[in-house]
Design a protein around this ligand. Structure first.
Ligand SMILES: Nc1ncnc2c1ncn2[C@@H]1O[C@H](COP(=O)(O)OP(=O)(O)OP(=O)(O)O)[C@@H](O)[C@H]1O
Length: 474
């Protein structure tokens, strides 16, 4: 059964802007959602793609379409009915265990393999069915490839290796060396231009591979297990650098990996492949919180949720809040009704102005204050919606208050009580009953609050306007 925090997340306006984590910083592992302009031509558009190896591949496809299972057809069905689009500027990860069809899929994308059936368009141009010369032309202009084992020329210098793609494109020596030198600087290889690959560590060699792909200045980079041969620390460094470079250069990247954590770290969206089929396609959060089937659920159970889920993913709708124009009585009544000791105070457009606590507000009501000004505290802990929950733990233990999730414009999007944070980490429900938790719990008894509200009623004066309060919450 889906944990309640997941259901809540899906109801909320979880993502404040379309490209959610454009400022993912090195060390943070926020997966991002791509900026998706529906009118934009996809960088890659793959429809009903099949690749069957064997003697009569078309017959294999026909049998698969009729419902014959993969193990019953003659030949090997490496890719079965794959349909997806990759948006420009997106990091699209294809993830799956060995033999699931990832490499075959990527090889059909760059034209190294002809699909048995289906279509592939690169920025709207079909590449399926093209003759060799046209296909090579599209590939040269549009697509570069980075391989797991670097594929560097051992007797060429780092600079010549980095310039190789440009050489193939027919760019003159001076220009290609100049461009390659710039890109080498970008990937942190300043000063290594004249070295041979053998003088470089594995991580540095892969930087050369990356530089070569970047120097070619194609729109799309296909990366096949590009970091799999690297030591874990270097690998992490490369992942972070790839995200940085992608952000700077806006390349479209299709990244193949069998490593789920790498997929979750890099992918704006992830296609999980199993036995030739795409078993699920979605953001890291979607796959983690809403796995399509038991296979995927098992697959993701060891993922470090704290480094994938963000404040926006786990926050509760902020229930305990009042508008700035509400007075102490409205605030106290809200706290009484929700059994909590604190409410958020928001101004126009739901901008968070601060919090008030029950004891302070009770005093204001007894004193007959008409505004919340004297009780307003502005030191409530605030977090950005894109912060991963691993980075929320410290803030959460330092305070008894829920963390207020506030966007760049200062708007209150949600609240994260500690219980919600812990429940999200453990992937368990945060409530055992019907009532949602609103933290922190009340510190004054209901009777005292009700009595105070009753005693403070002034039949002759206009009651504080709930309507005015609601208007400012809208
Ligand atoms: N040229 C080929 N001829 C016949 N079968 C092939 C060929 N290439 C791949 N296959 C088969 O297609 C299936 C998918 O292989 P593929 O290499 O695409 O998977 P993968 O997910 O990339 O695996 P790995 O991570 O081990 O490379 C496998 O069963 C494989 O044996």
């Amino acid at each position: 059964m889906a944990p309640p925090w997941r259901i809540r997340r899906l109801r909320l306006p979880t993502r404040p802007s379309v490209r959610v984590r454009p400022h993912r910083s090195p060390g943070s592992s926020c997966p991002r959602t791509p900026e998706h302009n529906v009118t934009e031509i996809p960088a890659l558009d793959v429809q009903e793609l099949y690749k069957v190896f064997g003697r009569r591949p078309s017959e294999g496809v026909a049998a698969l379409k009729k419902g014959t299972t993969r193990d019953k057809i003659s030949g090997t069905a490496a890719v079965i009915d794959a349909s997806f689009t990759v948006n420009p500027g997106e990091i699209f990860v294809v993830m799956g265990l060995s033999g699931s069809g990832k490499s075959t899929l990527i090889r059909t994308l760059n034209g190294l393999l002809e699909p048995t059936e289906g279509t592939i368009k690169v920025f709207g141009e079909p590449i399926t069915g093209l003759d060799g010369k046209k296909l090579r032309d599209v590939r040269r202009r549009r697509i570069s490839m980075v391989f797991q084992h670097f594929a560097l020329f051992p007797h060429r210098t780092v600079l010549e290796n980095a310039a190789y793609g440009l050489e193939v494109q027919g760019v003159g020596a001076t220009e290609r060396h100049e461009r390659a030198r710039k890109v080498l600087g970008r990937v942190g290889l300043d000063g290594w231009a004249d070295s041979l690959p053998s003088e470089l560590s594995g991580g540095m060699q892969q930087r050369v591979g990356l530089a070569r792909a970047l120097a070619a200045d194609t729109d799309i980079l296909l990366m096949d297990e590009a970091f799999s041969a690297l030591d874990p620390l270097i690998r992490r460094e490369m992942q972070e650098q790839l995200v940085e470079l992608q952000r700077e250069l806006g390349k479209t990247i299709v990244f193949i990996t069998h490593d789920l954590n790498e997929a979750m770290f890099l992918g704006d969206r992830i296609a999980v492949m199993r036995d030739g089929r795409i078993a699920q396609l979605g953001t890291a959060e979607e796959i983690l919180t809403d796995p399509a089937d038991d296979y995927i659920a098992q697959f993701v159970q060891d993922v470090d949720r704290a480094r994938v889920l963000t404040a926006a993913n786990v926050m509760d709708a902020p229930r305990a809040l009042v508008g700035r124009s509400a007075g102490p009585r409205v605030a106290l009544r809200t706290m009484r009704d929700l059994h909590t000791s604190m409410v958020y105070v928001v101004g126009d457009g739901r901008r968070l102005e601060g919090v008030v606590h029950d004891r302070d507000v009770l005093r204001l009501v007894r004193r007959g204050d008409r505004t919340l000004d004297a009780a307003l505290r502005t030191d409530a802990p605030r977090v950005h919606p894109d912060v991963v929950i691993a980075d929320l733990l410290e803030s959460s233990v330092e305070t008894d208050l829920p963390l207020a999730v506030v966007d760049d414009a200062g708007r209150l999007l949600g609240a994260i009580p500690r219980v919600t944070l812990l429940a999200a980490l453990g992937n368990v429900p945060n409530t055992t009953g019907e009532l949602p938790v609103v933290e922190p719990p009340a510190t004054i008894s209901m009777e005292i609050i009700t009595q105070t509200l009753h005693d403070s009623m002034e039949p002759t004066s206009a009651p504080e306007s709930d309507a005015a309060s609601e208007r400012s919450l809208a």
